[in-house]
Design a protein around this ligand. Structure first.
Ligand SMILES: [Zn+2]
Length: 426
């Protein structure tokens, strides 16, 4: 979760402890498997095959996430102007929507995997007290900076997240993405660019990070890495981090993504990032953007290292893509683990109401039917996204599902709290 210019080998203190615990995704699959044997295989097959499919992805909701920047400055020159934050937001949004200018640099072999996350970030317009805000919160501190005690048990950088320790208290982290910008002190181990916690329950971090307390959820950035028009950009003595992509990388962590090399320290090819469409990679590229890198042999098709992936350690200019499965993971984490950020933007599945509606035939192939008096019927995927809508006058309703991929679906009746589950098999 840290983007750092490494000078020495070290283990993140908060990766070195914590108990193994099942993550939310595993529990979800286990619960469904117990009710419906075979669900897990089918779900995973649906997950793996449906996500990159344009026909399904085009129907996805584009999520809008409110963000607040807390500019925690000491010296006046650290107090970045709002123009810098606006440029930062543009870069972040371009990267997440794959409208980044250097998307054309994605190598041909990776083009089928590159994906638009359909996630956009907007400055908060209302603060937690209901007052209008620019979403950019400038606060002076009497602290010269904040540092990570890498030998400590606590993450001391989190002191920037509390007014009692010279920082700024989080805005409700379930409703805002909090991004603290401050002077991260280099304590002799290299300049840290940024840091973010994954959501509690992120399947990719199972056993590594179990619980992230609400009051520290969010991202920390060193003030020199914000935006691409930052007058202090060279104060850290590093030029390759001047284009605002530290936040893209950290936001990937915030939404549940691991480093692409899987964070293995000794046998890197055995460590995986939990994402199957990223090639296996031995270690971080360490800012060399070398297209010839191929550090591990992949089982099926031996792809080179995806050094242009935002979750590697690379130069800002080198980064240009997330993969389809990384996108699926981020959307899953948003929908299931940070749902209040997108409240009202997706349809929640009411577990109590599930299976109260009879759907036939089940399994289905190209048509499903039900009997109901609803005016509007919706077909949803396993995560509650609406894929089809059909008006209905009452009685027996048949709906064409021939174009939907094999997998698990829900039929929902508008105006009645009834949901039916069905499977498409071919
Ligand atoms: Zn990282």
């Amino acid at each position: 979760m840290i983007r750092i210019l490494p000078l020495v080998f070290f283990v993140l203190p908060f990766l070195s402890f914590g108990q193994l615990e099942h993550c939310g995704f595993d529990l979800y699959l286990q619960r469904q498997e117990a009710r419906n044997p075979g669900f897990k295989d089918q779900f995973l097959s649906f997950w793996n095959h449906a996500q990159p499919s344009a026909s399904v992805n085009n129907r996805n909701t584009v999520y809008e996430i409110p963000v607040v920047f807390h500019m925690v400055y000491n010296a006046d020159d650290q107090n970045l102007s709002d123009d810098v934050f606006l440029s930062q937001l543009e870069i972040l949004n371009a990267d997440f929507r794959r409208t980044n200018a250097n998307a054309v640099n994605t190598r041909e072999i990776f083009l089928p995997l590159a994906a638009d996350a359909e996630i956009e970030f907007v400055l908060a317009t209302v603060d937690p007290d209901g007052n209008p805000t620019t979403g950019i919160n400038h606060v002076q501190t009497d602290r010269n900076g904040f540092e990570l005690d890498i030998f400590g048990v606590e993450n001391t950088l989190d002191e920037v997240k509390f007014s009692a320790t010279g920082g700024v208290d989080a805005w409700d982290t379930q409703r805002y993405v909090n991004i603290w910008v401050c002077n991260i002190l280099d304590t002799g181990f290299g300049q840290l660019f940024g840091l973010a916690y994954p959501p509690t329950g992120a399947p990719t971090f199972a056993g590594l990070i179990d619980t992230v307390e609400d009051d520290v959820a969010g991202v920390i950035l060193h003030y020199t890495v914000v935006g691409d028009n930052n007058p202090t950009a060279d104060d850290d003595g590093i030029v390759f981090n001047n284009n605002g992509r530290t936040l893209t990388h950290e936001m990937g962590h915030y939404l549940g993504l691991r480093h692409i090399w899987g964070d293995g320290f000794f046998n890197g090819c055995a460590a995986d990032d939990g994402i199957s469409d990223t090639p296996n990679q031995d270690q971080a590229s360490n800012y060399n953007c070398n297209f010839a890198n191929n550090t591990c042999t992949d089982a099926a098709d031996d792809m080179p290292d995806m050094v242009e992936n935002y979750m590697d350690y690379n130069e800002d200019d080198c980064y240009n893509m997330f993969t389809a499965e990384q996108v699926a993971m981020m959307r899953f984490c948003l929908e299931e683990l940070r749902p209040e950020l997108i409240e009202g933007q997706f349809v929640a599945i009411d577990e109590q109401a599930a299976s109260t509606l009879s759907v036939f035939p089940n399994p289905a192939n190209d048509m499903v039917s039900t009997v109901c008096k609803a005016q509007m019927v919706e077909v949803l995927d396993a995560r509650g996204r609406v894929l089809k809508r059909q008006a209905h006058g009452g009685g027996k309703l048949s709906i064409n599902v021939a174009e939907l991929p094999v997998g698990f679906y829900l039929l929902s009746l508008q105006g009645e709290s009834k949901i039916g589950k069905f499977v498409i098999q071919r």
